[in-house]
Write a new protein. Structure first.
Length: 549
Protein backbone atom coordinates (compact mmCIF):
# COMPACT_ATOMS: atom_id res chain seq x y z
CA UNK A 1 0.00 0.00 0.00
CA UNK A 2 1.15 3.56 -0.72
CA UNK A 3 3.35 5.08 2.05
CA UNK A 4 1.41 8.35 2.03
CA UNK A 5 -1.79 6.47 2.87
CA UNK A 6 -0.33 5.08 6.08
CA UNK A 7 1.36 8.38 6.96
CA UNK A 8 -1.76 10.50 6.47
CA UNK A 9 -3.97 7.99 8.29
CA UNK A 10 -1.60 7.88 11.27
CA UNK A 11 -1.33 11.67 11.47
CA UNK A 12 -5.11 12.00 11.36
CA UNK A 13 -5.41 9.61 14.32
CA UNK A 14 -2.73 11.56 16.23
CA UNK A 15 -4.15 15.00 15.49
CA UNK A 16 -6.90 14.89 18.12
CA UNK A 17 -4.52 14.51 21.05
CA UNK A 18 -1.16 15.75 19.70
CA UNK A 19 -1.55 18.49 17.07
CA UNK A 20 1.91 19.89 17.83
CA UNK A 21 3.52 16.47 17.28
CA UNK A 22 1.60 16.10 14.00
CA UNK A 23 2.99 19.43 12.83
CA UNK A 24 6.55 18.27 13.59
CA UNK A 25 5.98 14.95 11.85
CA UNK A 26 4.63 16.65 8.73
CA UNK A 27 7.99 18.45 8.39
CA UNK A 28 10.12 15.38 9.13
CA UNK A 29 12.41 13.66 6.61
CA UNK A 30 11.23 10.13 5.72
CA UNK A 31 14.00 9.09 3.31
CA UNK A 32 16.95 8.78 5.70
CA UNK A 33 16.59 4.98 5.91
CA UNK A 34 16.66 4.76 9.69
CA UNK A 35 14.76 1.48 9.31
CA UNK A 36 14.30 -1.42 6.98
CA UNK A 37 10.98 -3.21 6.99
CA UNK A 38 10.72 -6.99 7.09
CA UNK A 39 7.77 -9.37 7.21
CA UNK A 40 7.33 -11.91 9.96
CA UNK A 41 6.19 -15.45 9.29
CA UNK A 42 2.83 -14.48 10.71
CA UNK A 43 2.55 -11.73 8.09
CA UNK A 44 3.24 -8.68 10.28
CA UNK A 45 5.48 -5.73 9.39
CA UNK A 46 8.72 -5.76 11.43
CA UNK A 47 10.82 -2.56 11.62
CA UNK A 48 14.55 -3.29 11.68
CA UNK A 49 16.77 -0.46 12.96
CA UNK A 50 19.79 0.28 10.77
CA UNK A 51 23.04 0.70 12.69
CA UNK A 52 25.89 3.07 11.81
CA UNK A 53 27.62 0.11 10.12
CA UNK A 54 24.58 -0.52 7.93
CA UNK A 55 23.36 -3.72 9.57
CA UNK A 56 19.66 -4.15 10.32
CA UNK A 57 18.40 -5.22 13.76
CA UNK A 58 14.77 -6.41 13.90
CA UNK A 59 12.88 -4.78 16.76
CA UNK A 60 10.47 -7.71 17.24
CA UNK A 61 10.26 -11.44 16.74
CA UNK A 62 10.41 -12.37 13.07
CA UNK A 63 8.20 -15.34 13.83
CA UNK A 64 5.13 -13.79 15.47
CA UNK A 65 5.57 -10.31 17.02
CA UNK A 66 2.03 -10.19 18.43
CA UNK A 67 2.47 -13.46 20.28
CA UNK A 68 5.82 -12.28 21.63
CA UNK A 69 4.30 -9.00 22.87
CA UNK A 70 1.32 -10.72 24.46
CA UNK A 71 3.56 -13.16 26.31
CA UNK A 72 5.62 -10.27 27.73
CA UNK A 73 2.62 -8.17 28.77
CA UNK A 74 0.82 -11.15 30.32
CA UNK A 75 3.87 -11.92 32.45
CA UNK A 76 3.50 -8.58 34.29
CA UNK A 77 1.61 -7.90 37.44
CA UNK A 78 -1.57 -5.85 37.15
CA UNK A 79 -0.03 -2.36 36.97
CA UNK A 80 -2.49 0.13 35.50
CA UNK A 81 0.02 2.64 34.12
CA UNK A 82 2.67 1.49 31.65
CA UNK A 83 5.58 3.48 30.25
CA UNK A 84 6.99 1.96 27.08
CA UNK A 85 10.41 2.97 25.75
CA UNK A 86 10.48 2.64 21.97
CA UNK A 87 7.58 2.27 19.53
CA UNK A 88 8.84 -0.21 16.94
CA UNK A 89 5.81 -1.82 15.32
CA UNK A 90 3.62 -0.84 18.26
CA UNK A 91 2.98 -4.46 19.25
CA UNK A 92 3.85 -3.97 22.94
CA UNK A 93 1.45 -1.04 23.22
CA UNK A 94 -1.33 -2.89 21.40
CA UNK A 95 -0.95 -5.94 23.64
CA UNK A 96 -1.00 -3.73 26.74
CA UNK A 97 -4.19 -1.94 25.71
CA UNK A 98 -5.93 -5.27 25.23
CA UNK A 99 -5.72 -5.79 29.00
CA UNK A 100 -8.72 -4.43 30.85
CA UNK A 101 -6.68 -3.41 33.89
CA UNK A 102 -4.34 -1.09 31.95
CA UNK A 103 -5.51 2.48 32.39
CA UNK A 104 -2.82 4.40 30.50
CA UNK A 105 0.12 3.70 28.17
CA UNK A 106 2.75 6.42 27.80
CA UNK A 107 5.15 5.69 24.93
CA UNK A 108 8.49 7.50 24.69
CA UNK A 109 10.38 7.66 21.42
CA UNK A 110 13.34 9.64 20.06
CA UNK A 111 14.31 10.79 16.54
CA UNK A 112 11.35 12.47 14.84
CA UNK A 113 12.65 11.45 11.40
CA UNK A 114 12.85 7.79 12.37
CA UNK A 115 9.34 7.94 13.79
CA UNK A 116 8.05 9.47 10.55
CA UNK A 117 9.55 6.50 8.66
CA UNK A 118 7.69 4.08 10.93
CA UNK A 119 4.42 5.89 10.27
CA UNK A 120 4.92 5.47 6.52
CA UNK A 121 5.03 1.67 6.69
CA UNK A 122 2.43 0.52 9.20
CA UNK A 123 -1.06 1.48 10.33
CA UNK A 124 -0.95 2.76 13.94
CA UNK A 125 -4.30 4.56 13.73
CA UNK A 126 -6.15 2.26 16.12
CA UNK A 127 -3.35 2.60 18.68
CA UNK A 128 -3.09 6.39 18.35
CA UNK A 129 -6.85 6.79 18.61
CA UNK A 130 -7.13 4.94 21.91
CA UNK A 131 -8.04 7.30 24.78
CA UNK A 132 -5.54 5.47 27.00
CA UNK A 133 -2.50 6.04 24.74
CA UNK A 134 -0.04 8.96 24.81
CA UNK A 135 3.05 9.44 22.61
CA UNK A 136 5.92 11.82 23.40
CA UNK A 137 8.89 12.29 21.07
CA UNK A 138 12.33 13.88 21.57
CA UNK A 139 11.36 15.16 25.02
CA UNK A 140 13.97 16.51 27.43
CA UNK A 141 14.42 14.91 30.85
CA UNK A 142 12.73 17.81 32.66
CA UNK A 143 9.79 17.87 30.23
CA UNK A 144 9.44 14.09 30.46
CA UNK A 145 9.39 14.27 34.25
CA UNK A 146 6.65 16.90 34.12
CA UNK A 147 4.70 14.85 31.57
CA UNK A 148 4.59 11.89 33.92
CA UNK A 149 3.64 14.13 36.86
CA UNK A 150 0.72 15.46 34.80
CA UNK A 151 -0.52 12.07 33.59
CA UNK A 152 0.10 9.58 36.37
CA UNK A 153 -2.56 9.51 39.09
CA UNK A 154 -1.95 6.49 41.36
CA UNK A 155 -5.49 6.68 42.71
CA UNK A 156 -6.80 6.07 39.18
CA UNK A 157 -4.22 3.70 37.76
CA UNK A 158 -2.65 1.90 40.70
CA UNK A 159 0.93 0.75 40.06
CA UNK A 160 3.35 1.85 37.33
CA UNK A 161 5.79 -0.17 35.23
CA UNK A 162 8.48 0.88 32.73
CA UNK A 163 9.01 -1.58 29.85
CA UNK A 164 11.81 -0.99 27.33
CA UNK A 165 11.77 -2.37 23.78
CA UNK A 166 15.30 -3.71 24.26
CA UNK A 167 16.23 -3.99 20.61
CA UNK A 168 15.31 -0.30 20.23
CA UNK A 169 16.75 1.13 23.46
CA UNK A 170 20.09 -0.67 23.03
CA UNK A 171 20.72 1.28 19.83
CA UNK A 172 20.47 4.65 21.60
CA UNK A 173 21.29 3.50 25.12
CA UNK A 174 22.48 6.89 26.43
CA UNK A 175 19.40 8.88 25.55
CA UNK A 176 17.00 6.20 26.79
CA UNK A 177 19.04 5.94 30.01
CA UNK A 178 18.45 9.68 30.56
CA UNK A 179 14.75 9.08 30.01
CA UNK A 180 14.87 6.30 32.59
CA UNK A 181 16.49 8.63 35.13
CA UNK A 182 13.84 11.30 34.55
CA UNK A 183 11.08 8.74 34.94
CA UNK A 184 12.60 7.43 38.18
CA UNK A 185 12.74 10.97 39.59
CA UNK A 186 9.12 11.61 38.58
CA UNK A 187 7.91 8.33 40.06
CA UNK A 188 9.64 9.15 43.34
CA UNK A 189 7.93 12.54 43.46
CA UNK A 190 4.53 11.09 42.57
CA UNK A 191 4.92 8.41 45.24
CA UNK A 192 5.77 11.00 47.88
CA UNK A 193 2.84 13.20 46.86
CA UNK A 194 0.43 10.27 46.77
CA UNK A 195 1.43 9.12 50.23
CA UNK A 196 0.54 12.61 51.51
CA UNK A 197 -2.80 12.52 49.66
CA UNK A 198 -3.55 9.09 51.07
CA UNK A 199 -2.93 10.42 54.58
CA UNK A 200 -4.60 13.84 54.35
CA UNK A 201 -6.99 13.72 51.36
CA UNK A 202 -10.20 13.50 53.39
CA UNK A 203 -9.07 16.12 55.87
CA UNK A 204 -8.13 18.53 53.07
CA UNK A 205 -11.60 18.23 51.59
CA UNK A 206 -13.34 18.72 54.92
CA UNK A 207 -11.23 21.75 55.85
CA UNK A 208 -11.61 23.45 52.48
CA UNK A 209 -15.38 23.03 52.46
CA UNK A 210 -15.65 24.54 55.93
CA UNK A 211 -13.33 27.45 55.04
CA UNK A 212 -15.29 28.58 51.97
CA UNK A 213 -17.54 31.00 53.84
CA UNK A 214 -14.56 32.56 55.66
CA UNK A 215 -12.61 32.87 52.41
CA UNK A 216 -15.43 34.93 50.91
CA UNK A 217 -15.00 37.73 53.42
CA UNK A 218 -13.40 40.83 51.90
CA UNK A 219 -9.77 41.62 52.62
CA UNK A 220 -7.70 44.66 51.75
CA UNK A 221 -5.03 44.25 49.09
CA UNK A 222 -1.54 44.03 50.53
CA UNK A 223 1.09 46.50 49.32
CA UNK A 224 4.33 45.08 47.92
CA UNK A 225 7.46 44.67 50.03
CA UNK A 226 11.07 44.99 48.94
CA UNK A 227 13.19 43.25 51.58
CA UNK A 228 11.83 40.27 53.49
CA UNK A 229 13.01 37.71 55.98
CA UNK A 230 11.63 34.21 56.44
CA UNK A 231 12.00 32.65 59.87
CA UNK A 232 11.93 28.85 60.37
CA UNK A 233 12.21 26.99 63.68
CA UNK A 234 15.50 25.14 63.31
CA UNK A 235 17.94 25.12 66.25
CA UNK A 236 20.12 27.72 64.48
CA UNK A 237 17.42 30.32 65.14
CA UNK A 238 18.68 30.68 68.71
CA UNK A 239 22.16 31.70 67.55
CA UNK A 240 20.76 33.96 64.80
CA UNK A 241 18.12 35.70 66.89
CA UNK A 242 20.35 38.63 67.84
CA UNK A 243 21.22 39.32 64.21
CA UNK A 244 17.52 39.16 63.34
CA UNK A 245 16.68 41.58 66.17
CA UNK A 246 19.25 44.09 64.90
CA UNK A 247 17.85 43.97 61.35
CA UNK A 248 14.19 43.72 62.32
CA UNK A 249 13.19 47.25 61.26
CA UNK A 250 14.67 46.80 57.79
CA UNK A 251 12.71 43.64 56.94
CA UNK A 252 9.18 42.45 56.36
CA UNK A 253 9.33 39.42 58.67
CA UNK A 254 7.37 36.30 57.71
CA UNK A 255 7.32 33.58 60.35
CA UNK A 256 6.70 29.94 59.54
CA UNK A 257 4.01 28.92 62.05
CA UNK A 258 6.49 26.62 63.85
CA UNK A 259 8.74 29.61 64.61
CA UNK A 260 6.03 31.95 65.92
CA UNK A 261 6.32 30.98 69.64
CA UNK A 262 10.15 31.20 69.42
CA UNK A 263 9.96 34.75 68.07
CA UNK A 264 7.34 35.91 70.57
CA UNK A 265 9.40 34.45 73.41
CA UNK A 266 12.34 36.54 72.15
CA UNK A 267 10.02 39.60 72.07
CA UNK A 268 10.14 39.81 68.26
CA UNK A 269 6.76 40.31 66.60
CA UNK A 270 6.65 39.22 62.96
CA UNK A 271 4.68 41.09 60.30
CA UNK A 272 3.07 37.87 59.07
CA UNK A 273 2.69 34.19 59.89
CA UNK A 274 2.02 31.46 57.35
CA UNK A 275 0.55 27.99 57.95
CA UNK A 276 -0.06 25.20 55.43
CA UNK A 277 -0.59 22.10 57.63
CA UNK A 278 -4.14 20.70 57.58
CA UNK A 279 -3.70 18.94 60.93
CA UNK A 280 -5.08 20.32 64.17
CA UNK A 281 -1.62 20.08 65.71
CA UNK A 282 -0.99 23.38 63.91
CA UNK A 283 -2.99 25.00 66.70
CA UNK A 284 -0.09 24.29 69.08
CA UNK A 285 1.98 26.95 67.29
CA UNK A 286 -0.56 29.61 68.24
CA UNK A 287 -1.29 28.66 71.84
CA UNK A 288 1.00 31.44 73.07
CA UNK A 289 -1.25 33.93 71.29
CA UNK A 290 -1.23 35.80 67.99
CA UNK A 291 -0.73 39.58 68.19
CA UNK A 292 -3.54 41.55 66.52
CA UNK A 293 -1.08 43.35 64.25
CA UNK A 294 0.18 40.13 62.64
CA UNK A 295 -1.18 39.05 59.24
CA UNK A 296 -2.18 35.39 59.15
CA UNK A 297 -1.75 33.62 55.79
CA UNK A 298 -3.57 30.30 55.59
CA UNK A 299 -3.78 27.60 52.97
CA UNK A 300 -7.46 27.07 52.18
CA UNK A 301 -7.02 23.51 53.50
CA UNK A 302 -5.90 24.73 56.95
CA UNK A 303 -8.03 23.81 59.99
CA UNK A 304 -10.95 26.28 60.30
CA UNK A 305 -9.98 26.69 63.97
CA UNK A 306 -6.89 28.64 62.89
CA UNK A 307 -8.97 31.09 60.87
CA UNK A 308 -10.90 31.98 64.02
CA UNK A 309 -7.72 33.23 65.67
CA UNK A 310 -7.31 36.37 63.60
CA UNK A 311 -9.37 39.10 62.00
CA UNK A 312 -6.44 39.75 59.65
CA UNK A 313 -6.38 36.43 57.84
CA UNK A 314 -5.68 35.94 54.16
CA UNK A 315 -6.44 32.64 52.46
CA UNK A 316 -4.48 31.37 49.49
CA UNK A 317 -4.62 28.34 47.22
CA UNK A 318 -1.79 25.88 47.76
CA UNK A 319 -2.55 23.88 44.61
CA UNK A 320 -5.24 21.47 45.83
CA UNK A 321 -7.64 20.79 42.91
CA UNK A 322 -10.63 21.88 45.01
CA UNK A 323 -8.89 25.13 46.03
CA UNK A 324 -8.21 25.85 42.35
CA UNK A 325 -11.81 25.05 41.51
CA UNK A 326 -13.00 27.48 44.19
CA UNK A 327 -10.60 30.13 42.90
CA UNK A 328 -11.99 29.63 39.40
CA UNK A 329 -15.72 29.52 40.07
CA UNK A 330 -16.27 31.23 43.44
CA UNK A 331 -13.56 33.72 44.33
CA UNK A 332 -10.11 34.22 42.78
CA UNK A 333 -7.51 33.49 45.45
CA UNK A 334 -3.76 34.13 45.33
CA UNK A 335 -1.93 30.90 44.55
CA UNK A 336 1.32 30.07 46.33
CA UNK A 337 3.85 27.44 45.38
CA UNK A 338 3.75 24.90 48.21
CA UNK A 339 5.22 22.04 46.18
CA UNK A 340 8.34 21.97 48.38
CA UNK A 341 6.28 20.16 51.00
CA UNK A 342 7.18 22.32 54.02
CA UNK A 343 6.11 25.64 55.47
CA UNK A 344 9.50 27.37 55.03
CA UNK A 345 9.31 26.76 51.28
CA UNK A 346 5.79 28.21 51.28
CA UNK A 347 6.97 31.24 53.26
CA UNK A 348 9.68 31.92 50.66
CA UNK A 349 6.99 31.66 47.95
CA UNK A 350 4.90 34.20 49.88
CA UNK A 351 7.81 36.62 50.20
CA UNK A 352 8.39 36.45 46.46
CA UNK A 353 4.66 36.82 45.76
CA UNK A 354 4.65 39.98 47.87
CA UNK A 355 7.33 41.43 45.60
CA UNK A 356 10.48 41.02 47.71
CA UNK A 357 13.75 41.44 45.80
CA UNK A 358 15.83 39.91 48.61
CA UNK A 359 14.76 37.23 51.09
CA UNK A 360 16.90 36.48 54.14
CA UNK A 361 16.44 33.03 55.65
CA UNK A 362 16.75 32.37 59.41
CA UNK A 363 16.48 29.09 61.29
CA UNK A 364 16.27 26.95 58.14
CA UNK A 365 18.55 24.04 59.08
CA UNK A 366 16.85 21.23 57.12
CA UNK A 367 18.73 18.91 59.48
CA UNK A 368 19.21 18.22 63.19
CA UNK A 369 22.30 20.16 64.37
CA UNK A 370 24.03 18.28 67.22
CA UNK A 371 20.98 16.01 67.33
CA UNK A 372 18.48 18.78 68.16
CA UNK A 373 15.25 18.85 66.13
CA UNK A 374 13.69 22.28 66.85
CA UNK A 375 14.65 25.57 68.48
CA UNK A 376 13.68 25.99 72.12
CA UNK A 377 10.30 27.67 72.41
CA UNK A 378 8.71 25.74 69.55
CA UNK A 379 5.60 23.63 70.07
CA UNK A 380 7.34 20.29 70.43
CA UNK A 381 8.80 20.97 73.88
CA UNK A 382 5.51 21.81 75.65
CA UNK A 383 4.00 18.72 74.01
CA UNK A 384 6.79 16.49 75.32
CA UNK A 385 6.63 18.12 78.74
CA UNK A 386 2.90 17.48 79.01
CA UNK A 387 3.45 13.78 78.25
CA UNK A 388 6.56 13.07 80.25
CA UNK A 389 6.64 10.55 83.11
CA UNK A 390 9.44 9.00 85.15
CA UNK A 391 9.69 6.29 82.50
CA UNK A 392 9.42 8.67 79.54
CA UNK A 393 11.18 11.97 80.37
CA UNK A 394 11.36 14.83 77.88
CA UNK A 395 14.84 13.76 76.72
CA UNK A 396 13.64 10.23 75.91
CA UNK A 397 10.69 11.56 73.89
CA UNK A 398 12.97 13.96 71.99
CA UNK A 399 15.33 11.09 71.21
CA UNK A 400 12.46 8.89 70.05
CA UNK A 401 11.23 11.71 67.80
CA UNK A 402 14.72 12.17 66.37
CA UNK A 403 15.37 8.50 65.59
CA UNK A 404 11.95 7.70 64.13
CA UNK A 405 13.51 7.73 60.64
CA UNK A 406 16.98 6.70 59.39
CA UNK A 407 19.65 9.36 59.97
CA UNK A 408 22.93 10.20 58.28
CA UNK A 409 25.54 11.98 60.39
CA UNK A 410 27.59 14.73 58.69
CA UNK A 411 30.34 17.08 59.85
CA UNK A 412 30.54 20.83 59.41
CA UNK A 413 33.24 23.24 60.67
CA UNK A 414 33.92 21.56 63.98
CA UNK A 415 30.32 20.56 64.60
CA UNK A 416 27.94 17.95 63.19
CA UNK A 417 24.32 17.39 62.23
CA UNK A 418 21.94 14.61 61.24
CA UNK A 419 20.20 14.55 57.86
CA UNK A 420 17.18 12.51 56.80
CA UNK A 421 15.99 11.72 53.30
CA UNK A 422 12.93 13.93 53.75
CA UNK A 423 14.84 16.95 55.07
CA UNK A 424 17.39 16.64 52.27
CA UNK A 425 14.54 16.58 49.74
CA UNK A 426 13.09 19.75 51.29
CA UNK A 427 16.45 21.55 51.14
CA UNK A 428 17.12 20.50 47.55
CA UNK A 429 13.66 21.62 46.46
CA UNK A 430 14.31 25.05 47.99
CA UNK A 431 17.69 25.28 46.27
CA UNK A 432 16.05 24.32 42.98
CA UNK A 433 13.35 26.95 43.52
CA UNK A 434 15.95 29.66 44.16
CA UNK A 435 17.21 29.24 40.58
CA UNK A 436 13.78 30.19 39.22
CA UNK A 437 13.14 33.19 41.48
CA UNK A 438 13.50 36.85 40.63
CA UNK A 439 14.33 37.45 44.31
CA UNK A 440 17.75 36.67 45.79
CA UNK A 441 17.61 34.05 48.55
CA UNK A 442 20.12 34.83 51.32
CA UNK A 443 20.44 32.04 53.94
CA UNK A 444 21.93 33.30 57.20
CA UNK A 445 24.77 31.00 58.26
CA UNK A 446 23.72 28.50 60.90
CA UNK A 447 24.56 25.13 62.43
CA UNK A 448 22.75 22.75 60.10
CA UNK A 449 23.06 21.57 56.51
CA UNK A 450 24.29 24.48 54.35
CA UNK A 451 21.78 25.84 51.83
CA UNK A 452 23.30 26.67 48.46
CA UNK A 453 20.90 28.93 46.56
CA UNK A 454 21.22 29.43 42.82
CA UNK A 455 21.02 33.03 41.57
CA UNK A 456 19.62 33.37 38.07
CA UNK A 457 20.14 37.02 37.20
CA UNK A 458 18.50 36.59 33.80
CA UNK A 459 15.07 36.29 35.45
CA UNK A 460 13.44 39.69 35.39
CA UNK A 461 11.34 40.79 38.37
CA UNK A 462 7.66 41.28 37.57
CA UNK A 463 6.01 44.66 37.61
CA UNK A 464 4.19 46.02 40.64
CA UNK A 465 2.44 43.10 42.35
CA UNK A 466 -0.45 43.30 44.77
CA UNK A 467 -1.39 40.30 46.89
CA UNK A 468 -5.19 40.19 46.98
CA UNK A 469 -8.26 38.06 46.40
CA UNK A 470 -10.90 38.79 43.79
CA UNK A 471 -14.56 39.53 44.37
CA UNK A 472 -16.83 36.52 45.12
CA UNK A 473 -18.99 35.57 42.15
CA UNK A 474 -21.85 34.47 44.44
CA UNK A 475 -22.67 33.69 48.05
CA UNK A 476 -20.83 30.87 49.80
CA UNK A 477 -24.03 28.87 50.30
CA UNK A 478 -25.01 29.26 46.67
CA UNK A 479 -21.60 28.07 45.55
CA UNK A 480 -21.72 25.00 47.81
CA UNK A 481 -25.16 24.07 46.46
CA UNK A 482 -23.90 24.45 42.91
CA UNK A 483 -20.76 22.41 43.62
CA UNK A 484 -22.84 19.70 45.30
CA UNK A 485 -25.13 19.43 42.28
CA UNK A 486 -22.11 19.14 39.97
CA UNK A 487 -20.70 16.23 42.02
CA UNK A 488 -24.08 14.49 42.08
CA UNK A 489 -24.44 14.96 38.30
CA UNK A 490 -21.18 13.19 37.43
CA UNK A 491 -21.99 10.16 35.31
CA UNK A 492 -21.32 6.73 36.73
CA UNK A 493 -17.92 5.40 35.61
CA UNK A 494 -17.10 2.19 33.83
CA UNK A 495 -14.29 -0.10 34.87
CA UNK A 496 -11.51 1.83 33.17
CA UNK A 497 -10.39 5.01 34.90
CA UNK A 498 -8.56 6.55 31.93
CA UNK A 499 -11.48 6.13 29.54
CA UNK A 500 -13.83 7.64 32.10
CA UNK A 501 -11.54 10.61 32.80
CA UNK A 502 -11.13 11.19 29.05
CA UNK A 503 -14.90 11.12 28.55
CA UNK A 504 -15.45 14.03 30.95
CA UNK A 505 -15.56 17.47 29.42
CA UNK A 506 -15.16 21.02 30.73
CA UNK A 507 -16.66 21.57 34.15
CA UNK A 508 -17.27 17.87 34.80
CA UNK A 509 -13.58 17.13 34.39
CA UNK A 510 -12.69 19.93 36.83
CA UNK A 511 -15.21 18.65 39.39
CA UNK A 512 -13.89 15.10 39.06
CA UNK A 513 -10.32 16.29 39.74
CA UNK A 514 -11.44 17.88 43.03
CA UNK A 515 -12.41 14.43 44.34
CA UNK A 516 -9.12 12.66 43.64
CA UNK A 517 -7.19 13.49 46.86
CA UNK A 518 -10.13 12.29 48.97
CA UNK A 519 -10.31 9.18 46.77
CA UNK A 520 -6.62 8.52 47.50
CA UNK A 521 -7.34 8.55 51.25
CA UNK A 522 -10.30 6.18 50.82
CA UNK A 523 -8.29 3.84 48.60
CA UNK A 524 -5.53 3.72 51.22
CA UNK A 525 -8.03 2.14 53.59
CA UNK A 526 -9.66 -0.03 50.90
CA UNK A 527 -6.86 -1.00 48.50
CA UNK A 528 -8.87 -3.79 46.85
CA UNK A 529 -11.77 -1.51 45.84
CA UNK A 530 -12.35 -1.27 42.08
CA UNK A 531 -12.54 2.09 40.33
CA UNK A 532 -16.35 2.18 40.17
CA UNK A 533 -16.71 1.29 43.83
CA UNK A 534 -14.00 3.78 44.84
CA UNK A 535 -15.67 6.55 42.85
CA UNK A 536 -19.08 6.00 44.41
CA UNK A 537 -17.70 5.84 47.95
CA UNK A 538 -15.71 9.04 47.39
CA UNK A 539 -18.75 10.82 45.98
CA UNK A 540 -20.84 9.71 48.96
CA UNK A 541 -18.19 10.98 51.39
CA UNK A 542 -17.87 14.39 49.70
CA UNK A 543 -21.62 14.92 49.39
CA UNK A 544 -21.99 14.00 53.06
CA UNK A 545 -19.43 16.61 54.11
CA UNK A 546 -21.23 19.30 52.11
CA UNK A 547 -24.63 18.28 53.47
CA UNK A 548 -23.28 18.49 57.03
CA UNK A 549 -22.87 22.24 56.54
Amino acid sequence: MDKSYFFDRNLLALSQKSPELCSRLSRAETTLERYRFLQSRSGEVIPAAVSAQGSAHPLHSTMDPRKEAKRLIDSMESEGFLVLLGLGGGYYAEAALEREGVGMVLLIEYDINGLAELLCHRDYARLFGDARFRLVVDTSGAALEQCLLDLYQPVLYGGIRVIPLRSRTNIHADIFAQAGSALSAAIERVSADYSVQAHFGKRWFSNIIRNIKLSGQSRDALPPVRRAAVCAAGPSLLVQIQQLRQRRKELFLIAADTSLPCLLHAEITPDAVISIDCQHISYHHFMGGLPESVLLFLDLASPPLLASLSARKQFFSGGHPLARYISRFYRPLPELDTSGGNVTYAAVSLAQQLGAREIELYGADYSYPAGVSYARGSYIYPVFESRQTRFAPLEAQASQFLFRTPLEKKSRAGTWYYETKTLTFYRERLEEKSGHMHAALVPVDGLGAPIRPVRNKSIQPPGLKVFSSGKPAMGAGEFLCLYRSEIAALSGPGKNAAEYAASLKGGAQAVFSTLLPAAAAIKQRRPQAGFRELFEETRKYCLGKIDAL
